[in-house]
Design a protein around this ligand. Structure first.
Ligand SMILES: Cc1cc2nc3c(=O)[nH]c(=O)nc-3n(C[C@H](O)[C@H](O)[C@H](O)COP(=O)(O)O)c2cc1C
Length: 373
């Protein structure tokens, strides 16, 4: 074999080895549409109960931790609980975001109940953000008067990419503010506060990316491979982080927690945030009157009502909460944007040309429900 023939054969073998490796690698993002239908695990739930619990769980949560549980006392008498195992102590030490997420879950649950012809009677049980029993709910059959289109719950998703720098139409802003101008504030890109939000979002992301406990916590909630995404069905998958193409393939096949702690990963995240804030129509800020558990739940519900309206208008919502999570930035934030009440949500927003399908995963119903015996 001469040198040229040898190089040809060697090159060919490499190509075959490469193609074989690729064929057996983790080739695509594991998304919601890839989930097999839930097995018929015995939960003792009726199809309605199961469907209401499932739709409730499609609520958003920080790092997609899904910090909720449902305890069934009777078939239509439930307690919504706070699942301590899903807290994020490094970025949410007071469980403020946990309660906001549970508020969004409760709003979904109520709309889901309406969609199946039930109304809900709620009574607050928690006195602190740490109490396990948060809300008692009784479901009452109400006929069909309160119907809600559950497709809105199914189709809602966080959108982080391709948000356009085009002004929101006044009628869309009005629809989303929903007669609550004291609690939902829109900051358009022509406003001085818009630039403050952009700059402080970048600054707080820089701080958080280099804060070891926060970065480690993030690493713990990333589901790098499709295998882990399917196994845990929570956290941030490559699909939900919108890492596509070759970058997604590299992360799924070669990345682990240690890569998240490397300088290159942190800097890449900061670059990504700079790119994101450079394009939007503005920001929605959602405030509460105080920081009580009841107000936080109401605020989570308010945010979710807004979130469930945007898809029909082709409007994206991207929560970016780092300003509220980094004390050195948070302390002067209200003054710098001219808002008195506590800000609970910071949402980047704007139109998108094509609305992507929901991709983030959820735990099966039997993993977050239990009967009280
Ligand atoms: C309280 C709260 C804080 C969040 N903070 C962020 C954030 O800072 N950055 C981000 O990209 N997404 C954030 N999200 C969005 C979640 O990551 C998202 O809801 C979750 O991954 C599930 O995805 P989905 O909304 O598409 O169902 C937040 C959501 C909630 C409820």
């Amino acid at each position: 074999m001469n040198r040229r023939t040898f190089l040809g054969v060697a090159g060919g073998s490499f190509l075959i080895a490469g193609a074989t490796y690729y064929a057996f690698s983790d080739k695509s993002n594991f998304v919601r549409a890839d989930l097999k239908p839930d097995s018929n695990v015995k939960t003792g739930l009726t199809p309605d109960q199961r469907q209401i619990a499932y739709l409730a769980s499609l609520a958003p949560s920080g790092h997609n931790t899904q910090p909720w549980m449902i305890r069934f006392i009777e078939p239509l008498h439930w307690i919504i609980c706070n699942d301590k195992r899903k807290w994020l102590p490094a970025v949410d030490p007071m469980q403020r975001e946990t309660i906001l997420s549970i508020g969004a879950f409760i709003q979904n649950l109520e709309y889901a109940a309406h969609s199946l012809g039930y109304r809900c009677e709620f009574s607050l049980m928690a006195n602190t953000n740490q109490d396990e029993n948060v809300m008692e709910v009784k479901l009452i059959r109400s006929g069909s008067k309160l119907r809600y289109n559950a497709e809105r719950i199914v189709q809602r998703r966080t959108v982080r990419s391709n948000i356009l720098s085009v002004d929101l139409r006044a009628e869309d802003v009005k629809l989303l503010i929903d007669n609550e101008p004291d609690l939902i504030h829109f900051i358009p890109r022509t406003d001085k506060a818009y630039h403050v939000l952009n700059e402080q979002t970048i600054e707080s992301n820089k701080i958080q990316s280099y804060r070891e406990p926060a970065q480690k916590e993030l690493a713990d909630w990333i589901r790098f491979s499709s295998k882990d995404a399917e196994l845990y069905r929570d956290g941030l998958s490559t699909g939900s982080m919108e890492i596509e193409g070759i970058a997604g393939w590299l992360v799924r096949n070669f990345y682990g927690k240690s890569n998240v702690m490397a300088k290159s990963f942190r800097d890449q995240n900061i670059k990504q945030v700079e790119k994101q804030v450079a394009s939007s129509a503005g920001w929605f800020l959602i405030t509460s009157k105080d920081a009580s558990v009841g107000s936080l739940i109401e605020t989570g519900r308010r945010m979710q009502r807004l979130f469930l309206k945007v898809r029909e208008k082709n409007i994206a919502i991207h929560p970016m909460t780092q300003i509220l999570e980094e004390p050195s930035i948070h302390q002067s934030f209200n003054v710098s944007v001219g808002i008195i009440d506590p800000v609970q949500f910071i949402l980047r927003t704007g139109y998108v040309k094509k609305y992507p399908d929901p991709v983030s995963l959820r735990r099966p119903v039997e993993r977050f429900t239990q009967w009280v015996t």
